[in-house]
Ligand binder design. Sequence first.
Ligand code: ZN
Length: 149
Amino acid sequence: MTEIQDLYQQVILDHNKSPHNFGELNHADCSAEGLNPLCGDHINVYLNLDGNVISEIRFNGSGCAISKSSASIMTTLLKGKTIKEAEELFGKFHDLVTADMEIEFDDDNFGKLAVFAGVREFPARVKCASLAWHTLKSALDGKHLTTTE
Ligand code: ZN
């Protein structure tokens, strides 16, 4: 039970209940749809770019608490960032959710992303947590559909 409680930290519950940047972005410069059939998560990510900078980012859709809170936290982190910074954060997130369990991640280096360190123990949940990031990458790469399978 402790592990499950660790997984559903308060930050995750809060973002699930009141997601940030939730909704469609009209006339988005790029967008993509992400599906995680294993869990039933389905999200859309919308972006507006000002040169290389993500000037606006929103998402909508439906899914479990992990997928929704991950998308919410991702949008708060990426607004105002450059595409390169977004890719670096994606790399960081990927490292976090695929690292060995004994590696500890502190809030100093990983900030809000650190709350997802707990998903490493639950491979199915890694897909939930990563869905928003893969969908973001698809949007930036000009692909419109991404799926975790
Ligand atoms: Zn899920």
